[in-house]
Write a protein that binds this ligand. Structure first.
Ligand code: ATP
Length: 359
C-alpha cells in the first residue's frame, strides 16, 4: 500500500500544496516552521480521521480561512482509493472514501494503516495514563473494529454513569435500578476490553522487546507492565464495592478507563530512571513494534511517518531504518528534516527510489 498523491487546501499553515509521492521514500525538508510536520500530519489525518498533534479539528483550519480540504489517492491491494477529509468551522468534519462519506469516522479506522514516530511521542512517557491507554487502544483498534466499537460504547457509558451520579447528588436522590442498568452494561464491556488488552499485550510485548534489543544491541532489559484494577476483582464487584466513593466523587472511579501501562527499564520506571537516549530508544521500539503488530494482523505494510527522526536517532540508525525499505520489511516512508544534505545522504545510501520535497 502507498500514497500516490496528496493535495492540501488551508490545512494549518499550508494554504495550497500538491505532492506526487515516490512509492518508497519521501523526504520533506525545509527550515523550522515551514510546515513539514503539517504535511505528515495531513497524511495521519487521512488515516485516522484526526490530527496527531491537535485533535481539535477547527484549530487545524488555516487561520485565514474557514475550511480545509485534504485529499489523497492511495493504492491498496492494486486498487485506487481516494480518501478525503474536510472540515468547515461550526460543522461536523467529513471523511470520504471514493466520494462516499462515512457515517461514523470510526468505520474508517484501520483502512489505511499508518504509524507515526515524532518528538511528540515523549508524552507517552511523561504524561498521565490516558496517553498510554490511547496508544494501546489505537494499536488494537487499527486491527480490530469490534474492539473499537466496544471501547466507544464503554466510554459513552462511563460518561452517562458520571452524569447520573451528578444528578443523584444535585437532587439528593438515588435510583438503584437505573444505576444497575449502567453497571451491568459497563461490567460486560469493560471485562471484554480487559481480556482483549491482556491478549494484545501478550503478543505485543515480545515484539517490542525484540525491537528494543535491535536498536540498542541488547544493552538493557526493558518491559511493559499492564496495570488494571480488574486483575484483582471483576468490574461488577468493583462497581458495587466503590458505590459510596463514586457517589461522593460524582464520577466512576473504577474500571478499564483507569488502566495504565508501566514502562520500565531494569525493573524501574523509565520516566524517572531512563536517560534521554534510553527514553528515545524506548519510544522508537514502541512505535516500530506497533508497525510490526499492525503489519502482522492487516497483512499490509503500514505507511511510516518519521517526523524529525534525527531528533531520536543518529545518522547510522536512520540509515538502518531507511535500508529496511529495500528489504520489504517497510513499505512507503515519509521523513521530515531541516537538513537537506543530511537527509539526501542517508536516503541515497539505501539505493532505493526516493523524492525530496523542499518546502
Ligand atoms: N491553524 C493554523 N493556521 C495557520 N498556521 C498554523 C496553524 N496551525 C499551525 N500553524 C503553523 O504551522 C507552523 C508549524 O508547522 P510545522 O510544525 O509543520 O513546521 P515544521 O516544518 O515541521 O517545523 P520544525 O522543523 O520546527 O519541526 C507554525 O508556524 C504554526 O504556527
Amino acid at each position: 500500500m502507498h500514497l500516490k498523491n496528496l493535495s492540501l487546501l488551508n490545512y494549518k499553515n499550508l494554504k495550497t500544496a500538491e505532492f506526487d509521492f515516490d512509492e518508497k521514500i519521501n523526504c520533506l525538508v525545509g527550515n523550522n516552521g515551514v510546515g513539514k510536520t503539517n504535511v505528515l500530519d495531513s497524511i495521519y489525518l487521512l488515516s485516522f480521521g484526526k490530527s496527531y498533534f491537535n485533535p481539535i479539528t477547527s484549530q487545524n483550519i488555516n487561520h485565514d480561512s474557514d475550511f480545509f480540504v485534504v485529499e489523497g489517492e492511495f493504492k491498496k491491494n492494486d486498487k485506487a482509493e481516494k480518501i478525503l477529509a474536510s472540515a468547515k468551522k461550526g460543522q461536523k468534519k467529513i471523511i470520504k472514501r471514493n466520494n462516499k462519506a462515512y457515517e461514523k469516522v470510526s468505520d474508517h479506522i484501520g483502512f489505511i494503516p499508518t504509524v507515526i514516530i515524532s518528538p511528540a511521542d515523549r508524552d507517552l512517557i511523561i504524561e498521565g495514563s490516558e496517553t498510554r491507554r490511547k496508544f494501546m487502544d489505537g494499536v488494537i483498534s487499527q486491527s480490530d473494529q469490534s474492539y473499537l466499537n466496544k471501547l466507544l460504547q464503554y466510554t459513552k457509558l462511563v460518561s452517562q454513569r458520571n452524569s447520573l451520579l451528578k444528578y443523584f447528588a444535585a437532587n439528593n436522590t438515588f435510583e438503584r435500578d437505573t444505576l444497575e442498568v449502567y453497571n451491568l452494561q459497563m461490567s460486560s464491556l469493560g471485562q471484554d476490553l480487559f481480556e482483549k488488552r491482556k491478549e494484545f499485550l501478550k503478543e505485543f510485548i515480545p515484539i517490542f522487546n525484540k525491537r528494543y534489543a535491535d536498536i540498542t544491541n541488547n544493552k538493557e532489559i526493558v518491559d511493559i507492565n499492564y496495570k488494571s484494577q480488574l486483575f484483582d476483582n471483576s468490574l461488577a464487584n468493583l462497581l458495587e464495592e466503590n458505590l459510596q466513593k463514586d457517589m461522593a466523587l460524582q464520577y466512576t472511579s473504577v474500571g478499564t478507563h483507569k488502566d495504565d501501562l508501566s514502562f520500565e527499564i531494569e525493573g524501574h520506571p523509565i520516566k524517572k530512571f531512563g536517560s534521554q537516549g534510553q527514553q528515545k530508544s524506548f519510544l522508537i521500539a514502541l512505535k516500530l513494534a506497533q508497525f510490526d503488530f499492525i503489519k502482522k494482523i492487516s497483512k499490509v505494510n503500514p505507511i511510516l511517518l518519521l517526523d524529525d527522526i534525527f531528533d531520536k536517532l543518529d545518522e547510522n540508525r536512520v540509515a538502518h531504518i531507511v535500508a529496511l525499505v529495500a528489504t520489504d520489511e517497510l513499505g512507503q516512508i515519509f521523513l521530515s528534516d531541516t537538513h537537506a544534505e543530511r537527509t539526501e545522504k542517508v536516503v541515497k545510501s539505501s539505493n532505493q527510489s526516493y523524492k525530496i520535497f523542499k518546502l
